[in-house]
Design a protein around this ligand. Structure first.
Ligand code: SF4
Ligand code: SF4
Length: 355
């Protein structure tokens, strides 16, 4: 048995207070006017974590902020010779030790893809890398999937702990917290908590086993690359699949595996800041070139690219890894109810495009 502590339900706040005094702690909370949404926020004493349902937006902004300043710069003119200009650059990467407490396996799977994209090749994204090295995931064994979830269909599952550092198993009266790797030992020590009883350890083990055997989502979408390529030129198929799409981009912003961004320079006088902000491949402007040409001018071409990226191009590049974690957020959030599972399932030859 790995190192473990037990946190009673009414003992969660003291544990998070202790942790947040030493490091940044992010937790899911209720959000929106009716409090029926959910998002990850930085914990301060008094924050009420909501661990009983999946958050509406994933924790991706913790490691890939929605907008971040990459560097600031200032042009400095030589007072002796105005034609000579020097540029002063400043770049700071804030990477405080951070715990993401209460993420779900699908949330962490998004970061497994980000690891490959931002740090897996010859060019490293230092901003992401530094934050990632300082981030620990305390991940829930998920028991609250709904009709939109399909993590098992994309090669994961509700008890998948790949990429996590600590496992949180929800029990009737609290949580069993286990360190999955050595780097998590100091975090567990900081948390404090109680020594788990034999009964609690057994109950947690049973729940983990039971959850591992669950099949969340029907069908297997892990080998859809060939189907995608077979349907690539079937323009009627793609048009019919996204005829209702309004190109709002919500599906990409709520997606834990979408990482498109754009870079802009904001200048005032001789000073400026270089910003990285989330972007969306569902926007017309995303691929608009300076010449006015757009290689993906219509929404069906943009959506086809989105599906191809997740189920064909990413698996081809990253040893079969699917670029979708099956969290179902795009299905729940799409204002016109486009269901990515149907689009991918229907790629199969002879499948009816209208189902
Ligand atoms: S495509 Fe949809 S279901 Fe897949 S990871 Fe993104 S939001 Fe989740
Ligand atoms: S959320 Fe739905 S309507 Fe909006 S861009 Fe995505 S598929 Fe289109």
């Amino acid at each position: 048995m790995s190192r473990a502590i037990f946190i009673p339900r009414d003992g969660l706040h003291p544990v998070l207070d202790r942790l947040s005094a030493e490091m940044d702690v992010w937790v899911p909370v209720a959000s929106g006017p009716q409090k029926c949404g959910g998002e990850f926020v930085r914990y301060v004493p008094g924050t009420v974590p909501v661990l009983e349902r999946q958050s509406t937006t994933p924790p991706k902004r913790i490691l890939l902020p929605q907008v971040e300043s990459l560097l600031s710069y200032a042009y400095v003119k030589d007072p002796e010779d105005a034609s000579r200009v020097k540029i002063n650059l400043q770049a700071e990467i804030a990477a405080k030790p951070t715990v993401v407490f209460g993420a779900r396996p699908c949330d962490v799977r998004g970061f497994l893809l980000f690891d490959r994209v931002f740090t897996g090749g010859p060019f490293q994204d230092e901003y992401y890398r530094k934050r990632r090295e300082n981030t620990f995931f305390a991940t829930l064994v998920c028991r609250q999937w709904d009709a939109a979830c399909f993590c098992s269909s994309v090669g994961s599952g509700p008890a998948d702990m790949e990429g996590s550092d600590l496992r949180l198993t929800p029990l009737e009266d609290g949580f069993l917290v286990e360190a999955i790797n050595r780097r998590a030992h100091p975090i567990l020590k900081l948390m404090g908590g109680e020594q788990p009883t034999k009964t609690q350890l057994e109950a947690a083990e049973n729940l983990q086993k039971e959850t591992t055997e669950e099949q969340v989502g029907t069908g297997d979408l892990t080998h859809s690359g060939d189907d995608f390529r077979g349907r690539f030129e079937d323009l009627e198929y793609w048009r019919s699949m996204v005829s209702q799409c309004i190109s709002c981009g919500v599906c990409t912003f709520v997606c834990p595996t979408c990482y498109c961004f754009s870079i802009t320079d904001e200048m005032q006088g001789l000073e400026g800041e270089r910003l990285r902000s989330w972007d969306s491949c569902m926007f017309y402007q995303y691929t608009l070139e300076a010449s006015g040409h757009n290689p993906r001018p219509s929404k069906f071409e943009r959506y086809r690219n989105r599906i191809g990226h997740k189920f064909s191009f990413i698996p081809a590049k990253y040893a079969g890894m699917i670029g979708c974690c099956g969290c179902g957020r795009c299905i729940r959030s799409c204002p016109v109810s486009i269901d990515i599972r149907k689009v991918v399932e229907n790629l199969k030859e002879n499948a009816c495009a209208c189902s």
